[in-house]
Each structure stands twice: as C-alpha cells, then as structure tokens.
Design a protein around this ligand. Structure first.
Ligand SMILES: Nc1nc2c(ncn2[C@@H]2O[C@H](COP(=O)(O)OP(=O)(O)OP(=O)(O)O)[C@@H](O)[C@H]2O)c(=O)[nH]1
Length: 415
C-alpha cells in the first residue's frame, strides 16, 4: 500500500470525522459522549429485541420501547450536532439524557417480563455516565429520580399488568438491588466529583505557585521592580529589536549619591524606604514600553525604547531634578533629601548590549567623579586596545555577560 494512498485515506477519514463530530472542541466532546450513549442504547435495544424474540416479553411493547428509546438518543445527537446547544452551560444536557435513560430503563423493567433481571446492571452502567461531568446536586437528584421511577415500575409490574403478579419477595429483591445500584453509583459519583474539585484546586494552586516563583525570579522584592536578571534578558532582546528596526535605544544607569551615609544616619530600614521612594518616583516618568529595573543595591537601570537622545536627555534631567527637589518622607515622618547620579548612552550601530551597558557604566562613573547629582552621556563605542574605564558598579560580571572583552573610556559630557 503506497504512502500516498494511506495519506489520502487518513485525510478522508479525518474529514468524515469532522463532518460528523464538527471541529468545535466543546461540541465534539459532547457529541462523542452522546455517541457512546447511542451505542449503549443500541446494545440495550438489541438485548430487549432478543428477549422479545425468545418470547419472554411482549413483542409489540418492546418494539415501541426500542423506537422511543432509540429516537431519544438520536434526537439528542442531532440537537448537539446542529449547534443549538453549543452555548448551553452543558451542551450535552447530560442530566436530561440521564433522566430519559433511567426512565427507559424503568420502562424496560416493566415490559421485560421474566427477563427483567437484566435491567439493574444496565441501570448501573447508565449511572456511570453521571460519574463524569455531573454536579453533586444532579447526581443526588438522579438517584432519587431512579428510586422513584423504579418504585413506579414495581407498582405497575405488581398491580398494573395482566396476568399473575411477580412474587412479592422477588419484587422486594429487585427493589433492593436497584436501591443498592443507585446509592453505590451515586456515592461513587460524589467521590469522583470531590476528587475532581480537589484536583482543580491543586491545579490552580500550582499555577499560582509557578506565577509566584516566576515573579520572585524576575522581580526585586523591596521595590517590586524587575530585577537585574530580567533587565539583562530585556537588554539583549531590545538590542536585537533595535538592530532590526533601526529605532533608537537608550540605556541609563542610576546610582543614589552617598547612600551609605543615609544608611549610617537613619538606619538600614530607612535606607530601604528611600530606595522604595526613589523607585516609585522614577516609575512615574517611565512609559509602558520602557523597562525600569533595580540592578542591585542602590543601583538602577532604565531602558528606553524608540527614544531619541534629546527626549531621553530631557527625561533624565527631569528625573534628576525631581529627585533632588523631593526628599523621601520616611514612615517616621522624617524627610531625607537625596540625589542621584545618572550615566546614559544611546545604542550605536553594531553595538552589543554588553558594550552599551559598559558605556553607561563609565558615564555614571564620570557623573560621580564630576560631583554627583548630574547626568553624563557616553559618546562613542569602545576602542579596542584602550584601558578599561573605572567603574562605579560592574555590569560586566563574568557570570552575567560571558565573552565581554571591550573597554570603555569614551565619555563626553552633554552640553
Ligand atoms: N538600606 C539598604 N542599603 C543598601 C541596600 N543595598 C545596598 N545598600 C547600601 O548601599 C550603600 C552603597 O554605598 P557605596 O557603594 O559606598 O556608595 P554611596 O555611599 O552611595 O556613595 P556614592 O555612590 O559614591 O555616591 C552601602 O552602604 C550598602 O550597604 C539595600 O537594599 N538597602
């Protein structure tokens, strides 16, 4: 058999399935379940027809029963296939299908004559459908309906049929078995339901935990800002984007001035509050497309996408002035004035994120060197062979930026 033939048969089979079961996943699941119900009903009809053929049940009644039971499942299938039920809470209207299945089963008990012993096991199989997909209330409701339907069927068998009634003790045994079947399957259904609910809770707890771990891995706990690891990933990504789009990319490094003195005078907790205050103040200037992150300690990095140097310079100057003019107010009410030094650079053609960050680092060093509370701009790309610039903080830790060999000593103060 050629591969081509096998493929064409496979395609034909899958389009046939699509035509029968649709391509809508929710509708498909309902149709498959109802398809099983149809198959199940076909077996029941066959069994009842055999019972009638053996002369144990009235042929005429069995014919009517087969017609009515078969029609119900086929109409259900057609309704679901037509899409009418697609937006219903339960597109397979399982509880309704279960109701008529139980009714049909109780009716079979009435008409099956000597062979009525086959109906309780079939009832158990019907109730198995309830285990998957029905709510506890519906399962209990079906159990009580089953008891009622069989109770009514027993009354008809004892007093409503022509001829000799069944011995009362045998009728009681049947009822006992039916009660056992209904209570056991309902209990099983309730247990399965509780397990399903527990699994759902565990699943959502797991999803929350994963989200929390991701948050911890990418965010700084003190300020809530993205952390160094996240910023490094974003820098690489934005550098690639900028290279492809040709749009300008700006990076600025911030370092609080004399922060050790703040810690020493007001305590470490007060220092933390100053860091939070600073993170929040700058965040107010940052656009949704920019990334504002805590690099570590009292050091921060701002990545500005699609921003010209003029716009960036304006923003950084505003931030610097704002910080200098607005003391942090501690929870104790004490006002702590502080300033920030900023080193900034514009991504140059062919430049890597590593080199870009190195240049901003060198610019920041220069800002510190020139008296702090100022913005300094790096100008040009590293020149091979030049000695490395002194650095206020080192973004080029070997484990973070493997392969970085460039030197930076190329600063120019913006006019
Ligand atoms: N409160 C607090 N302090 C921190 C944190 N991380 C780092 N520090 C402190 O920040 C201070 C940084 O001091 P230095 O690197 O000497 O810098 P500086 O005092 O700001 O001086 P310049 O940067 O040169 O202006 C150290 O005292 C650190 O202990 C933090 O999360 N919370």
């Amino acid at each position: 058999m050629s591969q081509k033939f096998v493929n064409s048969q496979g395609t034909r089979c899958s389009s046939l399935l699509d035509a029968l079961l649709t391509t809508n996943s929710r509708q498909r699941v309902s149709l498959i379940t109802t398809g099983f119900a149809c198959l199940f009903m076909a077996f029941c009809i066959l069994a009842m027809e055999l019972v009638a053929a053996a002369g144990l049940a009235d042929r005429q009644w069995v014919r009517w029963w087969s017609f009515a039971s078969g029609a119900c499942v086929l109409i259900s299938f057609a309704l679901i296939r037509s899409g009418v039920t697609r937006d219903w809470h339960d597109p397979a209207f399982t509880s309704v299908q279960m109701l008529y299945a139980i009714t049909s089963n109780a009716a079979a008990y009435v008409i099956a004559g000597m062979a009525r012993g086959i109906t309780p096991p079939i009832l158990a199989a019907i109730m198995m459908f309830a285990v998957f997909g029905l709510k506890p209330k519906q399962i209990k409701g079906l159990m009580f309906y089953g008891l009622f339907a069989y109770g009514a069927a027993a009354v008809v068998v004892q007093w409503g049929l022509p001829g000799e009634p069944m011995p009362a003790s045998l009728a009681a045994v049947y009822l006992l078995i039916v009660t056992m079947v209904l209570t056991m399957t309902a209990a099983l259904g309730l247990h399965a339901n509780a397990m399903r609910v527990r699994l759902q809770v565990q699943k959502s707890e797991l999803a929350e935990a994963v989200q929390h771990i991701h948050e911890l891995a990418t965010h700084d706990e003190l300020t809530g800002l993205p952390n160094r690891r996240y910023m490094q990933d974003m820098l690489r990504l934005e550098e690639m984007r900028a290279r492809h789009s040709g749009q300008p990319l700006l990076v600025a490094q911030f370092d609080l001035d004399f922060f050790k003195a703040i810690n020493d005078s007001h305590g470490h907790a007060a220092g933390d509050q100053v860091l939070q205050n600073f993170a929040g103040q700058v965040a107010a200037y940052v656009r949704g497309s920019d990334i504002w992150a805590r690099w570590g300690g009292e050091e921060f990095v701002l990545l500005m996408v699609n921003t010209s140097q003029d716009d960036g310079a304006q923003l950084l100057e505003s931030v610097r002035a704002r910080i200098a003019a607005t003391p942090a107010v501690l929870s104790s009410g004490i006002h702590v004035p502080y300033t920030v030094s900023i080193g900034a650079a514009l991504l140059e053609e062919g430049e890597s994120a590593v080199t870009l960050l190195e240049r901003t680092d060198a610019a920041l060093y220069e800002a510190k060197h020139r008296g702090r509370n100022r913005v300094e701009w790096a100008r040009q790309k590293p020149v091979p062979g030049l000695a490395p610039a002194r650095s206020k903080f080192s973004p080029a830790r070997p484990d973070d930026w493997a392969g970085c060999t460039t030197h930076s000593s190329y600063l120019q103060t913006r006019p």
